[in-house]
Design a binder for this molecule. Structure first.
Ligand code: AMP
Length: 303
């Protein structure tokens, strides 16, 4: 079944201890769509400027990614500039230039409105709310956000959190959002606001997936080569939601959320091996299933 994503498409300028790149293609919706497209058809909603490379849009369209919801506006594409120190878990923002996102008012193509799975990627909470007003009774809605929006837009952010099924954020973000350091308590607090499930991304320490009655923890795959963690969170989300959407309407049980977590972790582990979307773009289904197998071996034990 199809999966709708709204989020940023961007140029990223990134410095990590392993190198530096200027204005490479990034953005939450870009990473998400590519990751999810290995598992389910994606419907993309975003905006880029006239400076965005048309070949990237063609590359997205050549996969199972519907780009009819992508607006090409006059002006410049969103630009994020950031860096990582040796602690690759924390992205430090230098500048966020919203550019074409400043005046963006997404209008969903009619064919998108009945999409059963919806991912509200990292973008202004007011735009995430706009999307929710236009979809018709989706089966499952997940939401991502980041410190930029937690600080600048707390009211609309709280409003959108109350309307979704899954909040998917990193550990720093949920601490900031709730004012609670303990991750289990912070997740419980968010579950009290409305979402039935909270997925906490912990970078190289893996993922915690909590509902009111279950808890699942997955490690991150221990890699020897990590160049750039940008996009890992969105690739994780794409793998997670792509797996659920690929279940073809079957009722979702707890094990589906566990498997979704492992698909997300497997796909995200490739993203960090190169800058931008380079590695993510060139995966095969065999790469993904082999990495899933490696995760099984990694965590298997007998009592
Ligand atoms: P992550 O998957 O969490 O590493 O997110 C990486 C992507 O988030 C980058 O490619 C950025 O372009 C994008 N990004 C950074 N800041 C923002 C923001 N304030 N709103 C939307 N997207 C952002």
């Amino acid at each position: 079944m199809s999966l709708l994503v709204v989020g940023s498409m961007a140029f990223d300028s990134i410095r990590s201890p392993f190198g530096e790149v200027e204005k490479v293609v990034g953005g939450s919706a870009t990473y998400f769509s590519l990751a999810a497209s290995y598992l389910a058809p994606v419907r993309l909603v975003s905006v880029v400027g006239a400076d965005f490379p048309p070949e990237v849009i063609r590359m997205l369209g050549s996969r199972s990614i519907d780009t009819r919801g992508l607006t090409i506006a006059e002006g410049r594409t969103f630009h994020w500039k950031g860096f990582y120190e040796y602690d690759l878990n924390t992205a430090h923002t230098v500048t966020t230039e919203l550019n074409v996102f400043r005046d963006f008012a997404p209008v969903l193509p009619e064919e998108y409105r009945d999409t059963p799975y919806v991912f509200l990627g990292n973008i202004a909470p007011s735009l995430q709310l706009d999307i929710l007003r236009q979809v018709r009774r989706p089966k499952l809605i997940a939401l991502d956000t980041m410190n930029y929006w937690i600080e600048s837009s707390p009211g609309p952010l709280r409003e959108v959190i109350e309307k979704v099924d899954i909040l998917m954020v990193n550990e720093g973000e949920i601490r900031m959002l709730t004012g609670e350091y303990n991750l289990v308590k912070a997740a419980r607090m968010v579950i009290g606001w409305g979402p039935g499930r909270v997925v906490i991304k912990r970078g190289e320490y893996g993922v915690l997936n909590l509902s009111d009655s279950t808890m699942f923890a997955a490690p991150a795959y221990p890699l020897e080569t990590i160049f750039d963690p940008t996009g890992a969170g969105d690739s994780f989300a794409g793998g997670f939601m792509g797996y659920l959407a690929g279940r073809a309407g079957k009722d979702l049980v707890d094990n589906d959320f566990r498997l979704a977590t492992m698909y997300g972790s497997a796909i995200a582990s490739f993203t960090v091996e190169a800058f931008s979307t380079e590695r993510l773009q060139n995966l095969t289904p065999e790469d993904i299933s082999e990495r899933l197998g490696s995760f099984l071996t990694l965590t298997e034990f007998r009592v």
